[in-house]
Ligand binder design. Sequence first.
Ligand code: DWN
Length: 407
Amino acid sequence: MTGSVGSCRSCRSSALDLFLDLGWTPLADRLVQNPDAEEPTFPLQVGFCPDCALVQILETVSPSLLFEEDYPYYSSFSPALLEHARGNVKELITDRHLGPGSLVIEPASNDGYLLANYVDAGVPVLGIDPAEGPAAAANAKGVRTINAFLTRDLAESLRADGLQADVIHANNVLAHVADTNGFVAALEMLLAEDGIIVVEVPYVRELIEHCEFDTIYHEHLCYFSVTSLSHLFGRHGLRILEIRELSIHGGSLRVFLGREGKQGEQVRTMLEAESTDGLLDLGFYQDFQGRVERLREDLVAMLSSLHASGHSIAAYGASAKGSTLLNYTGIGTELLDFVVDRNTHKQGKFMPGKHLPIHGPEHILEERPDFLLLLAWNFAEEIMAQQQAYRELGGRFIVPVPSPAII
Ligand code: DWN
């Protein structure tokens, strides 16, 4: 299923307002094995729904093309993400009194990075993930995982087998599904009567306010506000009970949902603030294209000047956001020598579009570039701490968003 949506992915309104066009780009996570091979590109345009406030891309790329074979993203390569998941699980085991008689289900469970914490605590789990590699890695570490997309049909089949989850985690997946309503309906079907769903999504307010345009790519179909989440979940009998703002992935929301229950004050406060601050109106998004274009000009100017002065520059993090940034700005091998990444599944391949070669982090001290463009800026603290030796040798990092800065 590939093609342009004619209506809102959540409420089906036909009044989508286009406010950002990043051009035609290759698929951010389809790393290149053969740099001479032809790469498909797709339009990357973003619209706003005035009826439910959902920000969304207008193109839907086939999920099997995005996530099935060779999907290179393994969550366990990010220690910060592992710690983030560990804390989340620990709190839920305590708060929800989970034990051997409970069941935790996670769609998009990747390599079992989160569910493994429940397995260690003796709580039964079921992971569901369409990516063959990560699903196999999860099963290999003892995290029971079905290699599939979570659909209404799969939910009905699991429910018919008697599966009802006390906790459902849905981290960084709600934005990724082509059938947004079908996915939420599947979550509701799998939830036990008094169960809770914990959803994590990047917060569109952070994206706009901090110019995080590089987090826009074809895997991410939707960019949520509390308001748009409330419309979407309410349509399926789910209530937002609590919300937490997190720093992970450039600013995310952790949303706690149930069939009923008291809605926390924080939810009402955030809904009111979104209305007051304009997130429900096109005006909040209309200057974003101009801001992104200025960031592109400033970043290209900074790298070009450094390069013209004889400085060598490489990049850190073969991330999906890095693909968007490089392809939108046009920055390639004329300015950057290589990219490094800890994920061994990415090493030896090339970045989509610009075909920058991807090496392991050890390549930094082997080549000692003067600067490293931080394409995984959302893990800046952790990465810079790891690269202390490089920094002690005078190496400097360039953080591209919210505006290019040398640190
Ligand atoms: O939604 C998604 C987000 C959550 O993660 C997925 N669709 C795809 C992915 O997007 P991304 O690739 O932009 O995310 P990351 O997690 O910011 O990518 C970080 C990259 O940096 C990974 O390839 C791992 C790598 N890394 C590293 O090399 N050394 C990460 C850390 C923390 C490190 O120390």
